[in-house]
Design a binder for this molecule. Structure first.
Ligand SMILES: *Cc1c(COP(=O)(O)O)cnc(C)c1O
Length: 493
């Protein structure tokens, strides 16, 4: 009954929505998808009259067949009411060349909050619905923002535990401090000697390690994931695409039905994939523009159809996009191939063994119908922060600046352009400050104050006085020690 989600890699691996949320990833390593996605529709015509909470309920209803109306409503209000610094949740700001959709007004000042405020609600509800008699352990790899947002979302949530792994020296000072000072009885934070891909691959391995899962089962614990592969994150991320559209209609910028471009700073392909899903269920989208930093593996892929992760991993000033294996791309490939599970399994195996694959011509054509792409170097990113500040008196964070640069390279004047803004500039104070100034002026937290005095842009509450909080987590391990680490520590939380 209701087993509507299937693995991208096997049609016979089927599961109900609630269980897909609890499990995160399919047992065969595939991602959960709906084969009937395009036949599900959201009524766009009434959007302009709705607020964020109402649109969120509409979106969740399309994807969570086994949730009641009441459950969906409770999840939405518990996730967002009073948790974001504005009741609009994701305000749309008009600049001279584009609209900026601010996704960073949540508890940790990054767009991850939109998904990760909702996921714990969906998890708790799913545990109840399925009469679960076990606890869930959330294992999460982070390039900086997911970790903190997941920790905040899951801290002290009944029947859940959470462990976060981040690349040592691979995150910003603010991000690191946010995680090391995390409070809560059910949390654990650990740095690994490696990059984000190492952390993510390590966790993916644990998800398919039967011996490991059997050890956890002895403690009555099952694994789940808070990474963007979980449909419980993907679904809430669609909401702001609809919300932005509703605002454009409401303010008379467009007529209902006009198509809009969305320019998305992309790493793991979760945010932009939500835009693709939104389009499939009825949102009038012209192009989704995939914006990469110097780790431009997705740019090359969308241009050529060849995905090749065998390249140097570069550290950039937009570290949350320093990724060479974009997990959620697998879902796009599934749809672009006409839901061909066997084909997806074949190319994902190839990626694992050879480090690359090339998609068939028709798959590439299908992708290029919906997506265009661009990328920005570090220098261009910094320049963009400066020029947009000077022109519009608006301070972009480096990730958003990557997308803004890609927009400016080729502005489509026939459509409205919405740039998704994924972080507060204060999360990356050092890079933002040095984009505006060449002097070397003190530590990150001092710079925060300076930047605030100079620009008048308010420092988000959660980042003020962050440096005064006690450090509670200092573990650092080798990248092949994750399994031992989890088993050793899981009993303590
Ligand atoms: C995670 C993140 C991104 C990339 O989003 P994906 O869903 O991984 O593509 C971009 N910017 C910021 C600030 C992020 O935290």
């Amino acid at each position: 009954m209701n087993k509507v989600y299937e693995s991208t890699r096997d049609k016979n691996e089927r599961i109900e929505p609630a269980k897909a949320i609890l499990q995160g990833l399919s047992n065969d390593g595939g991602l959960f998808v709906l084969s009937d996605l395009t036949s599900r529709k959201l009524d766009v015509s009434s959007l302009a009259d709705k607020d964020y909470y109402e649109i969120a309920q509409d979106v969740l209803t399309v994807f969570l067949d086994d949730f009641t109306k009441e459950e969906i409503k409770d999840c939405v209000y518990n996730a967002y009411k009073g948790k974001f610094s504005t009741d609009e949740i994701t305000p749309l700001v008009k600049l001279s060349d584009a609209f900026v959709l601010e996704l960073f007004n949540g508890p940790t000042s990054a767009f991850k909050d939109v998904g990760l405020s909702m996921l714990p609600q969906l998890t708790s509800t799913s545990l109840k619905k399925t009469n679960a008699d076990y606890d869930v352990l959330i294992l999460t790899a982070t390039s900086g923002d997911t970790g903190k947002a997941a920790l905040e979302g899951f801290k002290d949530v009944d029947k859940t535990k959470i462990m976060v792994f981040y690349p040592n020296d691979g995150v910003s000072k603010v991000q690191e401090t946010q995680m090391k000072t995390q409070q809560g009885k059910n949390v654990k934070v650990c740095a690994i000697e490696g990059n984000f891909d190492d952390a993510q691959s390590g966790i993916k391995k644990l998800f398919v390690d039967d011996a490991f899962k059997a050890e956890l089962a002895k403690e009555n614990i099952r694994l789940s994931s808070a990474n963007s592969i979980n449909i419980g994150r993907l679904i809430p991320q669609m909401v702001y695409y609809f919300y932005a559209y509703a605002q454009l209609v409401k303010t008379g910028e467009i007529k209902m039905g006009d198509k809009v471009n969305y320019i998305v700073p992309t790493g793991n392909f979760g945010n932009i994939l939500a835009g693709y899903y939104a389009k499939q269920i009825g949102l009038p989208v012209n192009k989704l523009v995939c914006a990469s930093n110097d780790n431009n593996v997705l740019y090359d892929f969308i241009q050529s159809g060849e995905y090749n992760r065998k390249r140097n991993f570069l550290k950039t000033i937009s570290p949350s996009m320093d990724i060479l294996i974009s997990s959620n791309l697998e879902r796009l490939l599934y749809y672009a191939s006409g839901c061909d599970n066997a084909y997806i399994k074949e190319i994902m195996d190839e990626l694992n063994t050879k480090g690359s694959y090339k998609v068939k011509e028709d798959v590439l054509k299908s992708i290029q119908k919906d997506f265009t792409c661009g990328y920005a170097t570090n220098e261009q990113t910094a320049e963009t922060i400066k020029t947009v500040y000077e022109k519009d008196d608006y301070l972009l964070d480096p990730h958003t600046a990557v997308a803004y640069k890609v927009l400016l390279d080729d502005v489509d004047k026939e459509h409205k352009n919405v740039v998704l803004s994924t972080a507060s500039p204060y999360k990356f104070t050092d890079s933002v400050y040095h984009s505006l100034h060449s002097d070397d002026a003190g530590d990150e937290f001092e710079l925060m104050k300076k930047l605030n005095e100079e620009t008048g842009v308010a420092i988000p509450k959660n980042l003020q006085d962050l440096d005064k909080l006690p450090v509670l987590h200092e573990d650092v391990i080798e990248k092949d020690e994750m399994k031992e680490y989890v088993l050793k520590n899981v009993k303590e939380i």
